[in-house]
Design a protein around this ligand. Sequence first.
Ligand code: ADP
Ligand code: ZN
Length: 609
Amino acid sequence: MKEVKSPKKPLLYYYCIVLLIIFLFNLLLAPLLAQNQVIEVDYGTFMDMIEEGDIGIVQVEDTQIVFTNKDETQIYETGPMDDPTLTERLHNCGAKFDRVIEEPTSPILSFLLTFVLPILIFVGLGQYMSKKFMEQAGGKNAMSFGLGKSSAKVYVQSTKGIRFADVAGEDEAKESLQEIVNYLHDPGKYTEAGATMPKGILLVGPPGTGKTMLAKAVAGESNVPFFSISGSEFVEMFVGMGASKVRDLFKQAKEKAPCIVFIDEIDAIGQKRNSGSGYGGNDEREQTLNQLLTEMDGFEENTGVIILAATNRPESLDPALTRPGRFDRRVPVELPDLQGREAILKVHAKKIKPAEDVDFHIIARMAAGASGAELANIINEAALRAVRNGRTIVTQSDLEESIEVVIAGYQKKNAVLSDQEKKVVAYHEIGHALVAAKQTNSAPVQKITIIPRTSGALGYTMQVETGDKFLMSKEEIENKIATYTGGRAAEEVVFGSVTTGASNDIEQATKLARAMITRYGMSDEFDMVAMETVQNQYLGSDTSLACAPDTQRDIDRKVVELVKKQHEKAIKILEDNRSKLDELAGFLYEKETITGEEFMDILTGGDKQ
Ligand code: ADP
Ligand code: ZN
């Protein structure tokens, strides 16, 4: 490597001199430049200047508004604001839009910049390149130099106005995020108590459910700056840009702390590494991800920088991202239920003029499975339809029509439940819960919902004791098997036919029943003889049979017998409580969600007992 180094020496020397000259000139010119600096003003000042007609040229950009005074002697800038009448008012006060504002530079500096510097660079680069060519040395590409810098100031957004109240429904998500708001209001209290806030929080849910809105609302409620960037923006850049953008983002965030950093579509950079490698081109993503991990580890807890990230594919994320100290908290943001949909419709309906007879409850019911974004779209479509028909008032039929327009789009991709399916799922889920509740005489259920979940399950029964207890009695296991069969049992009792919806239940019930016989010694026939050994305690499922083929057949028969007995018990329970089953399933079908409390109220209260 010696021969590469030596010819570089004079070149490096030469560059140093150039840099020194530029540096010196800048030093001399700094005070000169300061006079011509752009003045940052707040939006109010801007408004006042419009009022007074003291506006010359205006340039409205995405991230800022640059403008001059009437005499065009001073340049100002201010942040953008959602202000639909701005253009009109600007026009009225005589602002000019036709020219580009150029930041003033002193004559000496512009001479330097326009003549001397390019020549220096040209000559320098030419020499450098010719050397490179002569050496024929591979290695670093000259083009990649200097591209690592990303432009600053692109991220900060005004979140003024967005509050939790603007996000309809999603009460659970808001509740989890409230803690962050409390923290940002008074970090001292947390430090004093020795509590640390998680650095990263993952908002998980389907698109259009309000994740971005929630993140903005957290910033709005806490009154802190909001930095936002999308994961896909990181990867669409030149090599090395993603990582440097991450660095830049965190540098700014730390300066502005306390603040919220929001990374949308984090899966774009946070996908599992090395999955399906061999295509190359993943380098950039990996570098960006590594930089993100480094940055997250690099700052102390309680610095006031809270990172929120959104994804609808949490399972595809690299485990390194979800490790403690990184995105170790998850907030589910699910599709809204009936009540949530109605609330969202009402929020967005504030922008339109609905007719007297509009019933949002009916609209919400018709739009089962729609996300918040789709509901917002339904309202907008309805307003457009009204205008097409020469009206400004939006009627019920406008809304109903527009559901069809919007739903036609999403029904295919979202697999929305039909009415009959919804009914079956409601009975199925109540079947599980009712069997469980009747056997133990306690509230087994926290919440049941029949909105399709991110996890892919249709219904969802959350039981208080979901985790395995250390010790379970024979009776408890039998009850659990009966509970698993409860879903299918309800379908049989009510509809007389069965669906494929119970496949997971069947698997679980069978597993338990088999374990009772082969591992827990809970059958009379085989007593305490181990028929099966578990190979790997942690992976659980790796078992191997250790018995004669005849015995195997007996075990299989016994498993069937056991499950069948519990299945019959479940059917009996449901038949005996048919009116409660109908009432509960009806409630769930109507409301799409039922809490444990509501469940017990209906179960214990009401008619007979
Ligand atoms: P995500 O980030 O989850 O994809 P967004 O937050 O970008 O969804 O939501 C898109 C739009 O949908 C929002 O601008 C808003 O108009 C509407 N929206 C979504 N969820 C809600 C909600 N819960 N309440 C009110 N509006 C909502
Ligand atoms: Zn089930």
